[in-house]
Write a protein that binds this ligand. Structure first.
Ligand code: HEM
Length: 408
């Protein structure tokens, strides 16, 4: 009996040594980073708040523009300079364009249908093409009348409802503009019903589940097959999927109330993209709603914050508007003659990006970069905050200074 136990222990020890040697070899040429704990890696170092990118930026000051860390078994490479990010994510995009596996959010909650979490499959290519066709810089010009109308409604709302928080105005604007462009629906009023409200309420669950340490199955992917087979363990994700699917479907199939027939859902419904199934089209427009609503709302809120903190910048903008536009409302045609306004917008996105940590990529094969190797499957994070606050490119980077933009 004792001999048998020794044999088992010996086999386990040999297995552990072999695994350790294999991982040491596989990961030995990864860019180094902060030391972590056995098993957990750097899991406990990562703040669970929104400010994770600040920790990643602090590490970049010690470990440089490319370093790695570990969350249990998952390796993460962080790119913190525009040069390194451009080299790896842009010039080597065929190797770095994958997405990391988000088991809970990507497989269970959204069942592989959320474009932003999809691997580079043929379906992703088709959906991506449809999104690009309908939203490229030339195609979106057709939405200028909606954007102009929404900007005027936003101004009116601010004047008539000054007691409402800026976040309420920014939410109304971003949701209303998105619902009009995506589904051809009527503008949303500040005090009227907001059809997207139930969606907003559940969206946080999705964002929360991709945060490090928030999903057990993502920390221990070996559990994936157990969860997949258990309706009980998956019940919350299943309920989330059903609820969100129903909402997206309702919007997608509603008859546009606007006479403008250029909305994206109609283009998909009218069969321009025959190889996209209805359920995938419903989710494609859904993810556009999710992404645009959030990004636009946050950017507008930061714009207002910058203007409140820097009234002298706002005054200069007002002066330019008075000179160029006069007493009528501005339009897109005025844009080339409003360089200071353009500079303010660019500086707002630099100063407080709505996506400071980007959207994680994954290496679809081993990536050789200088002396380093990023092994296949490694998560790659573009630390946009660090790039936008690089003091070599932007002296005194925390300062909101539109004159640093070439547009100014
Ligand atoms: C201030 C505005 C915005 C910013 C700063 C922003 C930023 C980003 C970033 C950094 C990514 C990740 C790119 C990557 O893979 O490395 C992304 C992806 C994405 N964005 Fe935006 N975005 C904005 C507005 C929008 C809007 C208005 C829409 C929809 C109409 C949208 C839809 C998407 C989608 C669908 C993806 C995922 C694409 C894919 O995985 O193929 N974004 N965005």
């Amino acid at each position: 009996m004792l001999a048998f136990l020794f044999q088992v222990l010996g086999a386990l020890l040999a297995g552990a040594v072999a695994y350790h040697t294999w991982t040491e070899q596989k990961f030995s040429r990864m860019p180094p980073g902060p030391p972590g704990l056995p098993l957990l890696g750097n899991l406990l170092d990562i703040p669970l708040s929104q400010l994770m990118f600040k920790k990643l930026t602090t590490w970049s000051k010690t470990h440089g523009p490319i370093y790695s860390f570990r969350l249990t078994t998952r390796r993460v490479v962080v790119l913190s300079s525009a040069k390194v990010a451009g080299d790896i994510l842009d010039r080597m995009s065929s190797q770095s364009g994958g997405r990391p596996e988000h088991i809970k959010a990507g497989e269970y909650m959204t069942r592989g249908r959320l474009l932003a979490f999809m691997q580079r499959t043929p379906l992703w290519r088709i959906l991506r093409k449809a999104a690009h066709d309908t939203l490229n810089t030339r195609a979106v010009l057709r939405f200028a009348p909606i954007q102009t109308s929404e900007a005027r409604l936003l101004t009116l709302g601010l004047l008539t409802h000054p007691s409402l928080p800026v976040s309420a105005h920014a939410h109304r604007f971003s949701t209303s503009a998105a619902m009009r462009m995506l589904y051809g629906l009527d503008p949303i009023s500040l005090d009227g019903p907001d059809p997207s409200r139930p969606l907003v309420e559940v969206s946080d669950d999705l964002f929360a589940s991709v945060k490090p340490g928030k999903s057990v199955v993502d920390l221990m992917p070996v559990l994936k097959h157990v969860v997949k087979r258990s309706a009980f363990l998956r019940r919350k994700s299943d309920a989330w999927y059903e609820q969100v699917s129903q909402l997206y479907s309702k919007f997608y199939w509603s008859e546009p109330t606007s006479s403008d027939r250029t909305c994206i859902s109609l283009q998909l419904r009218e069969g321009k993209y025959k190889n996209i199934e209805d359920v995938d089209a419903v989710w494609l427009v859904g993810v556009l709603l999710l992404a645009s609503q959030d990004m636009t709302r946050v950017s507008i809120q930061y714009f207002f914050l910058a203007m409140v903190l820097h009234p002298e910048v706002a005054q200069q903008a007002q002066k330019q508007l008075n000179t160029v536009v006069g007493s009528r409302p501005p339009s897109f045609d005025d844009q080339p003659r409003l360089p200071w306004i353009e500079a303010i917008l660019k500086e707002t996105l630099r100063w407080r990006s709505p996506t400071p940590g980007g959207l994680a990529h994954a290496a679809s094969q081993d990536i050789h970069y200088g002396d380093w190797v990023i092994p296949k499957g490694t998560m790659i994070v573009a630390n946009i905050w660090a790039m936008n606050h690089d003091s070599e490119l932007y002296p005194d980077p925390d300062k909101f200074e539109p004159s640093r933009s070439p547009s100014s």
